[in-house]
Design a protein around this ligand. Structure first.
Ligand SMILES: *Cc1c(COP(=O)(O)O)cnc(C)c1O
Length: 670
């Protein structure tokens, strides 16, 4: 949808006249345009029903363009002359943003440009906690604010400007009206305009002088003409600018795991909402990736946003050396409480990879402090993924990972095969034999075992048997080495347990969390350790040697606290359990396709493994056309959606995957 949302600083500021005049000017400029009044209160009753007065004004201004009469461009009409939420309540009806949005889209289906006029100001309530501003956000049109130039306008205009911008909406500018015939304070009026422009950093599109009722159409249209010209120019400039930006991105910006010179395409995103990614052209994609496992509550959760705004108001950042603050203390207490018993000491790191480095350094310092100086190596299983920094890379899968590129840099770690018993298989104790053999052989040089509990993520989306993990815990105890669990992908409910180690009732000595920690808002991770680990490192005045610049960033901690609170106060386990059922239903049909090797589902993770490597670019464009966002890799098409995903959305994801494979959209070059 293309056009503008027109709101006012207050009711009775001349918004309808401005909307009608703008409509007329856009029509005069050759656009197929329509003005819509989603909600009209104070409607007159006639034999034909309610009459929406504002729509009558649009009709009067544009008569010649609608010879058969102006369309019924009002979605909801109410007789009581009061705020929409009350007007609806008085007649026992409800208003909701989703339904209004749908109706507005229906009305504007064949239009090039729409003007949507609000009701009163931006924070006018609609009921159920929603306001006009929510409708504005949902429509995502640039906003034109109409302000009546009188005493008090500066405050009203600046507050509205702030509210609009905090929603990420573009403010096209302000139209100043003069509804009072008293014009003897020209100096004050001029100063109002200058003050709003300066303090609000906003352009004043026009000032419309006072006019009498008889002259209003001619007078306002005269003044809005130049607005339309300015807005049109800005739109063309913006389109050129967007082209230039995409071109710059393609040429100079590194995207993950793709060529700098001939990169895979990157799709430009305008915004996000709930479970959807909204592209620059307005297309909406159901996000099956939750932004790489992170956005567990969906996008734009009001609690996450307000926590971040509050903290931003108070303090963005201070160094953590010698200083501390509430957001960090609250978060560490929270993590201590949520994670398995005994993980009492918390180190806040700036990303998952860094938290893995921290975990590895803790294990090595532990052995140093304990006088076991030869124990410097790590044992892990193949098919793992722990991040892209050096220490983390050294324990990633040695063939699927990047070892061959960095062999001179990376420490040589000790690997065993990927566990042969899958999550759903019957457990056979012999699957631990290899691990026992290798660990006992390298006993003297091993400091720790590191692995992802139950689900190996980016290394191949493989689920192994919980008893394998219990077996490794026992081996670590037997040989006096530490167990590090990387819960970065699996933590916070993803596998159906709050932490995946709970499938095995295993408590690690050191645990990493990240990804979903801030609900997908920003980067933050943590490494938790037992008192035994912390106390040993600190023995004889020892200190743990790590301290990132942005350690315990207050903004990240505040939003993490909000995310954990949402998790703790929603029935995440039911949500994940439902998604598990829906994913099984949606992905199982893929099993009968000959290109498919395996289909696996655990918690809110669904995986379709193919027999051959997929063409990512081709698949990606297939999925975008189907309105879904998935990012396959290797032989895997997989999803780990937000926990808020609906049954229908999971069905759409599943059908898109099935159709992609059955039409060979994954096969290169056909
Ligand atoms: C993503 C991931 C990491 C790395 O986290 P970053 O925040 O990308 O550095 C480490 N371990 C696992 C299991 C992961 O999934």
């Amino acid at each position: 949808m293309n056009g503008y949302f027109i709101t006012g600083t207050d009711t009775g500021v001349g918004k309808t006249n401005v909307t009608a005049a703008l409509l007329r000017c856009f029509l005069d400029a050759g656009h197929n345009a329509l003005a819509i009044k989603p909600i009209q209160t104070g409607c007159r009753k006639t034999v034909d029903g309610f009459i929406a007065e504002d729509v009558e004004t649009y009709a009067q201004f544009t008569e010649s363009y609608f010879p058969k009469g102006y369309p019924d461009a009002c979605c909801r009409k109410f007789h009581p002359a009061c705020s929409p939420h009350l007007a609806a309540q008085l007649v026992e009806e409800e208003l909701d943003v989703e339904k209004l949005t749908y109706d507005i889209k229906q009305l504007s289906a064949d239009k090039q440009l729409v003007l949507v006029e609000g009701a009163g100001g931006a924070l006018v309530p609609l009921g159920q906690g929603e306001t006009l501003l929510d409708l504005m956000e949902r429509l995502a049109l640039p906003v034109i604010l109409v302000a009546d130039n009188r005493l008090g306008v500066v405050n009203h205009a600046l507050m509205t400007v702030k509210a609009i911008r905090e929603r990420g909406l573009t403010l096209a500018g302000i139209v100043m009206t003069n509804t009072s015939p008293v014009q003897d304070d020209a100096y004050l009026r001029q100063n109002n305009i200058e003050t709003i422009a300066e303090y609000g950093d906003v352009s004043i599109l026009a000032e419309i002088p006072y006019f009498t009722r008889e002259k209003r159409a001619i007078s306002i249209i005269h003044h809005t003409k130049k607005i339309v010209a300015a807005l049109e120019k800005k739109t063309t400039d913006d389109i050129d600018c967007v082209k230039a930006e995409v071109d710059f991105d393609q040429r100079y910006i590194w995207h993950p795991y793709t060529s700098a010179l001939n990169p895979l395409p990157s799709v430009k995103v305008h915004g996000t909402r709930g479970t959807k990614i909204i592209l620059e052209d307005g297309a909406e994609l159901i996000d099956g990736m939750a932004s790489w496992w992170c956005a567990i509550h969906g996008y734009g959760h009001p609690k996450l946003k307000s926590a971040l705004r509050f903290q931003l108001g108070r303090m963005s950042h201070v160094m953590f050396g010698g200083l501390t603050h509430d957001p960090a203390i609250k978060l560490c207490r929270n993590l201590q409480k949520m994670t398995p018993d005994g993980l009492d000491h918390v180190f806040l790191a700036d990303s998952g990879s860094v938290s893995v480095e921290v975990a590895i350094k803790m294990a090595l310092q532990y052995m140093q402090a304990d006088g076991q100086k030869k124990r410097t190596k790590l044992f892990t299983i193949r098919g793992g993924y722990h991040g892209d920094t050096s220490g983390a890379m050294s324990v990633c899968d040695p063939t699927g990972g990047m070892h061959h590129l960095f062999s001179s840099l990376l420490p040589q770690q000790i690997f065993a095969s990927r566990p042969s018993c899958g999550f759903d298989d019957e457990f056979f104790p012999a699957c631990l034999d290899e691990a026992r053999e290798i660990i006992s052989k390298h006993e003297a040089e091993l400091a720790a075992i590191i692995l992802e509990p139950i689900v190996q993520g980016a290394g191949g989306m493989y689920f192994y048997h919980p008893q394998y993990l219990s077996g490794l815990r026992a081996l670590a105890n037997e040989f006096g080495i530490l167990l590090i669990l990387d819960e970065i992908a699996t933590g916070f409910g993803r596998t159906g347990k709050l932490f995946a180690c709970e499938w095995s009732d295993v408590i690690p000595d050191i645990m990493c969390v990240g990804k979903a920690l801030t609900g997908g808002t920003m980067t933050l991770a943590a490494t938790l350790a037992t008192h035994e680990v912390a106390a040993t490192i600190s023995r004889d005045g020892g200190v743990f040697m790590h301290g990132p610049t942005f350690m315990a960033n207050p903004l990240a901690c505040a939003v993490a606290n909000a995310s954990l609170e949402i998790l703790q106060t929603t029935n995440w386990a039911d949500l994940v359990n439902n998604i598990e059922g829906w994913l099984k239903e949606a992905l199982t049909p893929c099993r009968r396709l000959s290109a498919v090797k395996d289909v696996r589902v655990l918690g809110a993770i669904g995986v379709v493994e193919l027999n051959s490597t997929v063409d990512v670019e081709k698949l990606q464009s297939f999925f975008i056309k189907r309105g879904v966002w998935l990012r396959p890799f290797g032989k895997l098409i997989y999803t780990m959606p937000p926990y808020t995903m609906s049954h229908d959305e999971i069905k759409t994801l599943g059908t898109a995957i099935f159709d992609a494979i059955s039409t060979n959209a994954h096969v290169e070059g056909n």
